[in-house]
Write a protein that binds this ligand. Structure first.
Ligand SMILES: C[S@@+](CC[C@H](N)C(=O)[O-])C[C@H]1O[C@@H](n2cnc3c(N)ncnc32)[C@H](O)[C@@H]1O
Length: 390
């Protein structure tokens, strides 16, 4: 399916169901859709913990489950089904290229490298950190590599790693948002998890500079978005707020039981705080600054006392602590359940954002292909947009 057509269909479906994915149950105890879809709300609230975990994690399963209550929602299934790229392991002898790369990161880099083909005179690895991806591609394709990276320490470490294997690999310690003379005409630009405005800048600037091929796995779409996402190519009437673009990347890979317990406790305590704040200050929901992680590892009493002091509220009374915490756990149970519909639209939102990039490259004279470069358990940000001069 062409990018424009897929995006048009996603646009229509996302608009039709906006009332389900836009409101945040963390902020609104009962989003308005609960009144419109009472049978769905009751069924969600009755789910057991195992089903909740499964439906929050598995988008196609959630869409199929929701289709019993929301007619037509499963038309999203073929629209979000993106094929796995054909993968050929890069021909690199030995292990020396991979010194010091943590296991999961290395697997992501190898999967990305196996899914892309050479397509230019030299490679530029955009926002490449220590240049692991560039180093692997330079070795596999026997091509000169440039890694552009803002962090001087990462550039220094990357240079050392390249020297140890005698690779023609230069580091450009630059700000991707300001650099004017990179990437260059004829280069092959690769970007693995360059955030929001960093990958958008690469495409906009690189297409103008005459990059011969792009292979981009985007992430953190909200980076560089102020209040609303500004599409590169106008399409339909969907408008995304910054929070909506953040929703596209809230999915995480299955955590260990310990991390899941910590996450659940964090949500419950924050919800306990917001419920208590609403009581003592009688004000509508407002956001609060991120909570320092150590505050969530001590006792509930300490957590609430710190939050109260930071937010300028009176100290909580000790005799009410147990019921305040119980309210938080009750809200946490509901939030996990009422978030299932919202989470079921995450991938559709992400695809809509990536198709905006694809359509932009089309308007600049590039052919393109969209694939996944690895299983989502290795990284949920597994979409690979490849584009070449047509
Ligand atoms: C998520 S990491 C990805 C690194 C690498 N591509 C990888 O997959 O290992 C994003 C990188 O972008 C770099 N970065 C952030 N802002 C930047 C900017 N304005 N210009 C250049 N690099 C930037 C960060 O320092 C970081 O190394």
């Amino acid at each position: 399916m062409r990018a424009a057509e897929r995006r048009r269909q996603l646009d229509a479906e996302l608009l039709a169901h906006r009332d389900l994915w836009h409101p945040q149950p963390f902020r609104e105890a009962r989003p308005a859709w609960c009144e419109r879809w009472p049978a769905l709300t009751a069924a969600l609230l009755a789910l057991d913990d195992a089903d909740v975990a499964h439906l929050n994690d598995d988008t196609p399963a959630a869409l199929r489950w929701l289709a019993a209550y929301l007619p037509d929602v499963d038309v999203l299934l073929p629209l979000i089904d993106i094929p796995l790229a054909a993968r050929v392991p890069p021909p690199v002898p030995g292990e020396r290229w991979a010194w010091e790369i943590p296991g999961r990161k290395r697997s992501q880099i190898e999967a990305f490298a196996g899914a892309v083909q050479p397509g230019g005179e030299g490679v530029i690895d955009w926002c490449g950190g220590k240049g692991h991806l560039g180093r692997l591609l330079g070795l596999a394709w026997q091509q000169p590599v440039h890694t552009l990276e803002i962090d001087a320490a990462l550039c220094g470490e990357g240079e050392q790693l390249a020297r140890r294997i005698g690779l023609n690999h230069r580091f450009l310690e630059r700000d991707a948002l300001a650099v004017a003379d990179w990437p260059r005409q004829g280069q092959h630009a690769v970007a693995l998890h360059a955030c929001g405005n960093l990958h958008r800048r690469l495409l906009e600037h690189g297409a103008g500079a005459g990059v011969s091929r792009f292979d981009v796995a985007p992430c953190c779409y909200y980076r560089g978005v102020e209040t609303h996402y500004q599409p590169l190519v106008a399409s339909g009437s969907l408008q995304l707020t910054r929070d909506d673009t953040r929703l596209a990347v809230t999915e995480t890979v299955t955590a260990t039981p310990r991390l899941t317990r910590q996450r659940d406790q964090g949500i419950a305590w924050k919800l306990a705080f917001t419920a208590w704040r609403a009581q003592v200050s009688d004000s509508p929901y407002k956001t609060f600054k991120p909570v320092p992680a150590p505050w969530l590892r001590g006792s509930f009493a300490d957590f609430l006392a710190r939050m109260a002091a930071r937010e300028g509220l009176p100290p909580p009374e000790a005799r009410h602590l147990a019921s305040i915490e119980a309210t938080g756990w009750q809200r946490q149970r509901e939030v996990l359940r009422l978030s299932i519909p919202r989470h079921a639209f995450r991938r559709a939102l992400e695809l809509w954002l990536v198709l905006d990039l694809a359509q932009y490259l089309e308007t600049c004279g590039y052919a393109h292909r969209l694939a996944t470069f690895c299983d989502r358990h290795l990284t949920p940000r597994n979409l690979l947009l490849s584009a070449w001069r047509s």
